[in-house]
Ligand binder design. Structure first.
Ligand code: NAP
Length: 321
């Protein structure tokens, strides 16, 4: 089968098209013919060897997320049928390939309303967004929520979920195109995260946020804490360095900072999130935004692009479309 592979940790340019052996499954696993693969920042961390959670085996086929068709089922797998359309996350052999092995615990039925390319945007981005808002920050209808870094894959999913749940959503962009995209999504108040003092209008107790979903904590956490309402919470989704804070900002507000790591989410919680999301995709309440769809051989470019500023949604790779 065709697969994009790398022989050791290294730059995206080391990714090469390979003629790989089609993987086989054990009794607990599902073989999926991949329709499209999602490209997320974590794929680049794993490829280059800076990921915290997983040691890779080589040759390594990148890609945690994807969507496709079930073509074989392990003897102990229940709840799935051959031919079903599914999406998955944390697959076992890499989604940048014609076939991939998925754990039944991380595979979910794909809403009929979604294409494979759209389905490839669900695993990490929407699941993380749901867990950040509801599982970690305990967000509820009416909360004033800042999605700090809203133009990327997780940010847009968070915006859509928060709007659907009746929250008062303020969202940040780095570019005017990003700001326009957020307005198209229904956000009425967009702020620009590259402007200095962009949080200043919110840094009083009566103007502060109940919740901040943070995509770049090393840049923003110090100022976030000053922009919380009493009892507010910052949920850290993204971070690429260290930051100095004044803990008094937390004390003054009875505020909290919580971490969000999708990798820590248990299978039963993932299944509940998938169950909650599916009808919202069927009804069109949630709709992935695909910024660019690449051919499989363009995976290296997708890995470069996913780390660039100026995000405008998800990046996906077409495999068997
Ligand atoms: P993405 O699609 O590449 O988007 C990155 C986002 O960060 C964009 O909206 C970008 O906005 C924004 N950003 C850039 N500079 C910023 C700043 N100074 N302040 C606030 N936001 C800023 O990535 P993603 O998939 O949405 O993921 C976002 C981050 O969360 C990544 O670091 C990723 O590794 C991490 N993540 C963590 C988990 C977890 O389990 N904890 C899960 C998924 C992702 P502009 O481009 O418009 O400037």
């Amino acid at each position: 089968m065709k697969a994009m592979q790398i022989q050791d940790y290294g730059p995206a340019t080391d990714l090469m098209l390979a003629d790989a052996q089609q993987p086989s499954i054990n009794e607990d696993q599902i073989l999926v013919q991949v329709g499209a693969a999602g490209v997320n920042p974590v794929d680049t961390y794993i490829r280059s060897g800076i990921n915290n959670y997983t040691a890779s085996r080589f040759p390594h086929t990148p890609g945690s997320d994807g969507a496709g068709t079930v073509v074989a089922l392990g003897t102990k797998v229940t709840g799935f049928e051959i031919g079903q359309r599914v999406y998955f996350s944390r697959n076992l052999t890499g989604s940048s390939a014609e076939y991939t092995v998925c754990a039944a615990t991380h595979t979910y039925l794909l809403a009929d309303a979604l294409s494979f390319e759209e389905g490839a945007c669900l695993g990490i981005p929407y699941t993380t967004a749901h867990r950040a808002l509801f599982g970690r920050a305990n967000a509820k209808t009416g909360d004033k929520v800042l999605v700090h870094g809203a133009t990327g894959a997780v940010g847009l999913a968070t915006v859509q979920l928060a709007l659907a749940a009746g929250m008062d959503v303020i969202a940040s962009a780095g570019t005017t195109a990003g700001a326009e995209l957020l307005r198209q999504q229904g956000v009425t108040q967009v702020i620009m995260h590259n402007e200095s003092d962009h949080l200043a209008p919110f840094q009083t107790l009566d103007k502060g946020f109940d919740i901040i979903i943070e995509m770049l904590a090393n840049h923003n956490l110090d100022q976030d804490l000053k922009a919380l309402a009493f009892g507010g919470c910052v949920a850290v989704v993204g971070n690429r360095g260290t930051v100095e804070i004044n803990p008094r900002d937390l004390m003054a507000r009875d505020a909290s900072v919580v971490g969000v790591a999708l990798a820590n989410t248990k299978p039963h919680e993932l299944a509940l999130i998938a169950k909650a999301l599916r009808p919202l995709f069927e009804m069109g309440v949630l709709k992935p935004v695909i910024r660019h769809s690449y051919a499989l051989t363009e995976l290296a470019q997708a890995h470069e692009d996913v780390l660039k500023s100026g995000a405008l949604g998800n990046l996906v790779v077409r495999i068997n479309d």
